[in-house]
Ligand binder design. Structure first.
Ligand SMILES: Cc1cc2nc3c(=O)[nH]c(=O)nc-3n(C[C@H](O)[C@H](O)[C@H](O)COP(=O)(O)OP(=O)(O)OC[C@H]3O[C@@H](n4cnc5c(N)ncnc54)[C@H](O)[C@@H]3O)c2cc1C
Length: 541
């Protein structure tokens, strides 16, 4: 066993993973005066909160816009970070009908859109909209105050007595309601809507088996999207600068390949060793359980460790995404006339049906005997009937594109296993190119007719690219799959516990530490993990 060496590589806290969760932990621990090291595998920080530039066009590699959720703005205020934000308005479209969602009252337009397309289901749509309205009220409570994790409760008495304490009973009541809507969205919709196409129009926006409350809070979330001027990567950049300002150390292009828990050290790909008093794992959790060595854990921890390890390794990442990036020789104005820069569009009201589930599972279960032609037929249906997320950064900040040009990101939820099987069969490039062609055809034949002839350059990221870039199991974009029993905390009232692991002095943060996740929860868990360490330090000193 290796002795813990006291070298210059000894830190109060080492944080593995320079995504938004790791950045948050690092900034708070550095601010508290700790000797902090943040380790990131890639050259750039931010993980799935990242922007990049090609040929003068700026795009997002991960999340397209940010939701405050009572977390992001309070954190920025607390850290004294000033970023310029614009509202990232959302449009929703089905076939030729598009609505812009700018205020809470636009729920009416959404209802009218659904009734116009599905007049025979008007009564069911009314019931559904009533439920959405109720959920919006719950969301107002949930995100109604600045998250207490980012407030100084000892000093800010006004916040404590005027906001937090009156809010708590409402929060407890709302949590009860939320927990009762935990069933998968598909099953929940079955209880209120008979028309399968209408159900699809709602459900195919979401990950498979998303808990109903989380899914149906989408209307509230659409109203909460913001975009930092300069791209979402500005948020990661601002946190990085603060870490440096507070004296923290950042090491990029460094991959942790081993964790020796008894010795409190981690080892990177170059065999460098970093000693820690505390470790925050802010990256894929399956990776942690694959590379960690633990021998002398106390018996209680050992049992919990074994149980957790099995649960983690048996589970898998949730849905992934296929993103097509286009550099287009057409001014922003042509696109602005059609929809906002954040657009959820469904070209056919028929709905995906079983295309992305039963039919795909059948193809995958017998992949060796399936002909390419069958996959291509499936792809044709998949791209025609799906719901697209379209993001046009230049419509939020025109400085992000060359003049008279437009950069577009068009994405679809996608199945990692399909891309993996095709890669193994040796025709991934052909499939990717065919998928790009299909997506361009569908979008040009429907919502952006000017697109097809004006594309100057295109490229795409598959679920495999996401896995390679951020080390995310199955290319998942918000952590664990909802299809299996959750191996981490998933009750909002217990989010505080989500950062604990069975291994002494090791904490977890980010999209794998709590479910359902996303940017705000990744930030919150990053802060909660830092808080646990700061508390422990105070207690010990
Ligand atoms: C297309 C897309 C759309 C999205 N839309 C939304 C949305 O609308 N709303 C929302 O809230 N969320 C959305 N998300 C999800 C959100 O971006 C993520 O949940 C969040 O950014 C995760 O942050 P994280 O820090 O936990 O993980 P990550 O961003 O994955 O960061 C982990 C970091 O750890 C590094 N790393 C991994 N392994 C190692 C290792 N062994 N050693 C060193 N470093 C390592 C990785 O390189 C990475 O930088 C979206 C994501 C995508 C991709």
């Amino acid at each position: 066993m290796e002795e813990k060496k006291i070298t210059e590589n000894t830190y109060n806290t080492v944080i593995v993973g320079g995504g938004i969760a790791g950045l948050t932990s690092a900034v708070y621990l550095a601010r508290s005066g700790q000797k902090v090291l943040l380790i990131e595998k890639n050259k750039e920080l931010g993980g799935l909160v990242n922007s990049f530039t090609r040929d003068g066009f700026q795009f997002e590699a991960g999340v397209r816009a940010l939701e405050d959720a009572g977390i992001i703005f309070p954190m920025l205020k607390d850290l004294g970070i000033e970023l310029e934000f614009v509202k990232s308005h959302v449009s929703l479209g089905i076939e030729n009908d598009i609505i812009n969602i700018e205020t809470i009252n636009d729920i009416e337009k959404y209802m009218q859109l659904l009734v116009k397309l599905f007049p025979e289901s008007e009564i069911e749509i009314n019931v559904f909209i009533k439920i959405i309205r109720k959920i919006m009220k719950h969301m107002e409570v949930l995100y109604g105050i600045e998250n207490p994790a980012f407030k100084d409760l000892k000093r800010d008495k006004k916040y404590l007595f005027r906001e937090l304490l009156p809010w708590l009973p409402k929060f407890i009541f709302t949590v009860g309601k939320i927990n009762r809507m935990n069933m998968p969205i598909e099953d929940y919709l079955h209880t209120i809507i008979k028309n399968p196409s209408l159900r699809d129009m709602i459900a195919q926006h979401f990950f498979k088996k998303t808990p109903a409350f989380f899914a149906l809070s989408y209307f509230s979330l659409y109203l909460d999207y913001f975009y930092p001027k300069g791209g979402v990567g500005k948020l990661s950049e601002a946190l990085k600068n603060k870490i440096i300002e507070y004296g923290g150390t950042i090491k990029t292009e460094t991959i942790i390949i081993e964790v020796l828990a008894e010795n409190c050290l981690v080892r990177d790909q170059n065999n460098s060793i970093y000693n820690y008093d505390n470790l925050i794992w802010a990256a894929d959790l399956k990776t942690l359980y694959k590379i960690i060595e633990t021998h002398d854990l106390p018996p209680v921890n050992q049992a919990k460790y074994e149980e957790t390890k099995i649960k983690m390794l048996q589970n898998r990442g949730g849905d992934s995404v296929f993103s097509l990036y286009l550099e287009v020789d057409e001014p922003l104005e042509s696109f602005r006339k059609i929809a906002h820069g954040h657009f959820f569009y469904t070209p056919s009201k028929s709905g995906l049906g079983e295309t992305h589930r039963k039919e795909l599972n059948e193809l995958l279960s017998n992949f060796e005997n399936i002909k390419k032609e069958q996959i291509m037929n499936w792809l044709d249906k998949f791209t025609r009937l799906n719901t697209y997320e379209i993001s046009i950064p230049g419509l939020k900040d025109p400085s992000l594109v060359p003049s008279d040009k437009t950069g577009i990101i068009i994405s679809l939820l996608a199945e990692y296993d399909l891309f993996k099987a095709i890669q193994k069969a040796g025709w991934l490039d052909e499939f990717t190119s065919e998928m790009e062609n299909h997506m361009i055809n569908v979008i040009s034949d429907s919502i952006y007719p000017m697109l097809k002839t004006k594309i100057m350059k295109r490229f795409s990221f598959t679920p495999l690219s996401i896995q390679n870039r951020v080390g995310s199991s199955e290319g998942a974009i918000v952590g664990w799959s909802f299809e299996k029993a959750m191996p981490v905390e998933n009750k909002i009232q217990f989010s505080d516990r989500s950062v604990m692991t069975p291994i002494p002095s090791i904490y977890q943060a980010g999209q794998w530490a709590y479910s359902p996740a996303g940017v705000p929860m990744s930030i919150l868990t990053g802060k909660l993990a830092a808080d646990k360490i700061m508390k422990k330090r105070k207690f010990n000193s």
